[in-house]
Design a protein around this ligand. Sequence first.
Ligand code: UDP
Ligand code: MN
Length: 315
Amino acid sequence: MESRWKGIRPKYLLVGILITFFITCLISTLPFSTEECKCPGDSEGLQKDSNNVPKPLRKSQHRLAVLVPFRDRFEELLTFAPYMKRFLDKQNIDYRIFILHQVDRFRFNRASLVNVGFLHVKNEFDYIAMHDVDLLPLNDNLSYGYPDTPFHVSAPDLHPRYHYSTFIGGILLIKRDHFIQVNGMSNKYWGWGLEDDEFYVRLKEANLVVRRPQNISTGTQNTFRHIHDKNHRKRDTTKCFNQREVTRKRDRETGLDNVSYKILEVINITISDSQLTILNIELSCDKTLTPWCECIKTNEIKDKKIVGENKKTAL
Ligand code: UDP
Ligand code: MN
């Protein structure tokens, strides 16, 4: 035994060690691993739909940002978030929901919030849905797929409340390039209404045809659920200064390129199993251009004067 070990020369030992070392190095550079692959998309490929049919391996190559203008509608949000997750997952849409939370003290400005949301997502998402928080699509045939031309999901013949032919509010899908092409939405609409009608004119002037869902078997009463109690969620229809006349006209001055705002916080939250991003948005108001971003009621003005006068007498 001893004589056999003695026969092995140290130089062969060295060669053996070197060969082992090189083989180890070679293996570690090969493009495979013994660890289980946790590549994104794999688990989605294994998911099955309600009929136990496997979903396609890959989601859509397009990414949808669902932009939800929001203030004081928490109850609606609690229903909206998990519902929309189920609805969009069924269609295999690659999406994220953004809650555009207006935190300043001006009147609600749905259109400016959409502009801000768009600027925030435009590098990562190639189409958006402007989406009311209180409108839930009930019919699975309402497609949220990538729209070659603006696609109005909550069409006038399907929406529970608005039935005029140029209506494009509620839920509208539009791709990035088209939203940029029309310079987004007007920033002049503080308070409820008309911002969507003004946007319709922008699309029309740009020759962008608005498409709507076809061959939908449901109607105005059962295509959407509108979670909106008109007494509990009063619409802010006040008009002050020259708001009425200005907001009836097409706005060529404001839009995506001059919306003035700050994003104070970006918060990721989960409601049930639905992941959302909340943007806390502080809008600015140029009172020389849109003094109606604050409408002070006549009584309040009187009160202010009285307080002011009292002050004077006190001095
Ligand atoms: N909204 C909000 N807070 C408000 C007013 C409006 O969050 O104080 C948002 C919300 O997404 C809502 C959408 O703007 O669904 C449209 O407003 P609203 O429901 O009042 O209008 P409708 O379409 O019912 O006339
Ligand atoms: Mn509503």
